[in-house]
Ligand binder design. Sequence first.
Ligand code: ADP
Ligand code: ZN
Length: 212
Amino acid sequence: MNIVLLGAPGAGKGTQASKLEQKYNLLHISTGDIFRANIKGGTPIGKLAKSYIDAGQLVPDEVTCDIVKDRLTWQDAANGYMLDGFPRNLFQAEKLDEFAHIDLCVNISVEFSLLMDRICGRRVCSCGESYHISTLGGRTTCAKCGQPLYQRADDNPETVQARLNTYNTQTAPLIDYYKKQGKLVTVVSGEGSPDEVFVQICKEIDNFKAQQ
Ligand code: ADP
Ligand code: ZN
């Protein structure tokens, strides 16, 4: 089963993806993580991506689509995957339909006013876990693996505002794109815990599987 996770920055796509990865044994593919790994490794892709990411803009489509297309050919993607952060505009969505078959699009809907605080208070671990300062109680290391937590360079108010604008103008139209294809399910993430959202998503996935 192949899933697209859709949602604004800070909606909790990554958090849900790591829970779903364990429960359904689906590969988690995050284009943001791939770019950050490339930046860290100083690769040509990383050098190109950095300026766009720092500005809260999308990395050019050709580069991004090629990365995903290649990643999906790896053996570990054969049993199903979740795309987190891709597609992010209509061009990418149409391209994706040329090289992959998507079964379901899970749209995580969040009230916009919550996002700025969620993202700016986010602390992440290089293992993929993320936390919010309000629940860390001063803790500076990852509860899962013990490594030090850090703040992403693009999790500052100016860049977040730009990312939210990019989401509104370029990514939000994908909700309609997947609705028209009959693949859209929407779950709502409010002030509640990630576990509540997880339960909703599992219900949708189990529903989908039962219909196959
Ligand atoms: P978030 O969803 O919190 O904004 P991501 O880690 O998904 O964080 O993305 C971080 C940045 O990486 C984006 O702001 C963008 O610059 C770049 N990026 C990630 N995925 C894509 C994509 N599919 N197309 C273009 N740029 C992307
Ligand atoms: Zn960790």
